[in-house]
Every structure is written in structure tokens, then in C-alpha cells.
Design a protein around this ligand. Sequence first.
Ligand SMILES: [Zn+2]
Length: 63
Amino acid sequence: MSRLHTMARFDERVPAPDFVGTCEGCGELILKGEEHFDNEGDLIHNDSSCMTEYLKQIANYIQ
Ligand SMILES: [Zn+2]
């Protein structure tokens, strides 16, 4: 009984995961240890869609 009690114990006060900042592409948090780029302080996930969104913001689109 006591063992079951131990196994069923969940701490609901899990601290928020560490994050390094917000992705300039998708706007989501970039968690510590997650691959990302730092472009002069702008953080971007190592993800093609995030980088595309970021590039659209900082670069001019020439057609
Ligand atoms: Zn992102």
C-alpha cells in the first residue's frame, strides 16, 4: 500500500521549464537545450518555418 502511494505521487508544482527566450519566428518559447539561432539577440528555433518567418520580418522581399 505504501509503495503504491509512492508511485502514484505526482508533484503538481513542477517548476516551469527553463527557457532562453522567445522565438522571433513562431513566437513560442525556446526551451533551454533546444537548438536555436541567435542573430544579434534575436532568437530563432532551428526550424525552417521559424527561420522563414523571421527572415520575412527582417529582410525585404524582392519580386
Ligand atoms: Zn520558432
